[in-house]
Design a protein around this ligand. Structure first.
Ligand code: TIU
Length: 221
């Protein structure tokens, strides 16, 4: 048994049940010319999460604990892209349109790849998901079950969209969820701050939050 110093209170964990979930650290969100920028965002802000995410990856790998990566992307024929998602708003480019990193948010294109700094290692599961949450229309639940995981540490982008949606989905399925605050970023600093607050409010209504340093200290200890 280990304990992570967290908010709103300590997070006790069984190492055999603990995994790291890396949400959507893809070029499409992290680099210019992809989906994130097509929505009008300054994508440079997201790079703040890379050093802490790298440290967590290294710590989990060194401890021999599972790491699962996700990517938001659609099949090349866009058969898993609802019209409601494709047609929303007035972006510069829509999902499936050609861009400098290939077709926007399409599996197999350069933009859908995880950034080199956080590239998955062979054997680490990579879940492609058509929605914001990682459970919807994927094998994520089965992967977690096969790995025997009940307690999840979340890193990734963006904090209030795909990370928070997946944390809420996991929380409702009975997982203990902890957000690694410095390993997650938003295009909107105020939204990130609000997300951390709403996760830990009401006695941890969605889960816990802690810095990568506190998580790594507990893994070492
Ligand atoms: N737009 C935005 O903030 N996020 C997404 O569309 N997807 C994820 O968060 N991965």
């Amino acid at each position: 048994m280990g304990v992570i110093a967290a908010q709103p209170f300590d997070f006790p964990f069984e190492p055999g049940q603990l995994g790291l979930v890396m949400i959507d650290f893809q070029r499409d969100f992290m680099e210019p010319g992809g989906f994130g920028e097509s929505l009008g965002n300054d994508v440079s802000l997201l790079r703040n999460a890379i050093p802490a995410a790298q440290a967590l990856l290294a710590g989990f790998r060194a401890a021999g604990l599972p790491v699962i990566h996700t990517r938001e992307c659609h099949r090349p024929d866009l058969s898993d892209l609802p019209a409601a998602k494709r047609d929303r708003g007035n972006p510069r480019q829509r999902i499936g349109d050609p861009g400098p990193m290939g077709r926007i948010l399409v599996a197999g294109e350069p933009g859908a790849e995880i950034i080199p700094e956080l590239r998955p290692q062979p054997g680490e599961p990579v879940i492609d998901k058509p929605g914001k949450g990682a459970f919807y229309a994927t094998g994520f639940a089965q992967t977690l079950s096969q790995l025997g995981l009940r307690q999840l540490i979340f890193a990734g982008v963006t904090t209030e969209v795909c990370v928070q949606t997946t944390m809420r989905e996991a929380n409702d399925r009975g997982f203990d969820c902890l957000l690694a605050t410095d390993a997650s970023e938003s295009y909107f600093p105020a939204f990130k701050a609000a997300t951390v607050e709403m996760i830990i409010a009401q006695g941890g209504i969605v889960g816990w939050a802690a810095s990568s340093g506190a998580i790594l200290e507990a893994l070492d200890g």
